[in-house]
Write a protein that binds this ligand. Sequence first.
Ligand code: PRT
Ligand code: MG
Length: 212
Amino acid sequence: MITIALSKGRIFEETLPLLKAAGITAAEDPESSRKLILSTNRDDVRLIIVRASDVPTYVQYGAADIGVAGKDVLYEHGGAGLYQPLDLNIARCRMMVAVRDDFDYEAAVRQGARLRVATKYVQTAREHFAAKGVHVDLIKLYGSMELGPLVGLSDVIVDLVSSGNTLKANHLKAVEHIADISSRLVVNQAALKLKRDVIQPMLDAFAGAIIK
Ligand code: PRT
Ligand code: MG
């Protein structure tokens, strides 16, 4: 049995065509089903639906053989035990620093101010500001970072931006680009060795279906 870990929403949607290229179709839609384990048209393949940030953990411990996870999530996880053979070029966005419309970020940095940074991406943020030589207090959040600067929790947020509409709707502006983000295929290292005869053809099919 091959177990593939996916998160609901954009990753599931954008992975469907890649699964199809490997001859795999889900028996149910996770948006309407409450099941966490979905069977597929193939007796030897099942899908498990987990939180986006939990995908690397399931694959690391071999509870899933394969998964799809954003580089944002992989960077925070650290990648231990994971083989990351393919950039799938899906669920693309940008990791950005953002502040309130009326906050002069350049001046704050120039003056050497200590910045309060609210983010779900603590590792990414720590490394980014350390590289710039900016002193920060990191405040860990689990969602809706955009609220932080509006209510005085933080000066700055580090978050993902795709259309920019969420920033705009909350009177925030992006002031720094940290990284381009897309999702990668991750494979448990032991599973790849033990089940290579089944996994390698899947990887080849995924690779052939990536839209550059
Ligand atoms: O929702 P949950 O807490 O379970 O986890 P999650 O938010 O990490 O999962 P999900 O499914 O929302 O995102 C899965 C992956 O999609 C992320 O890990 C990213 O790699 C990728 N991705 C691509 C995004 C976005 N685009 C994105 N726009 N993840 C989140 N967003 C959010 C962003 O955080 C912000 O709140 O969308 C908002 C901004 O969108 P715009 O279009 O208004 O700029
Ligand atoms: Mg989300």
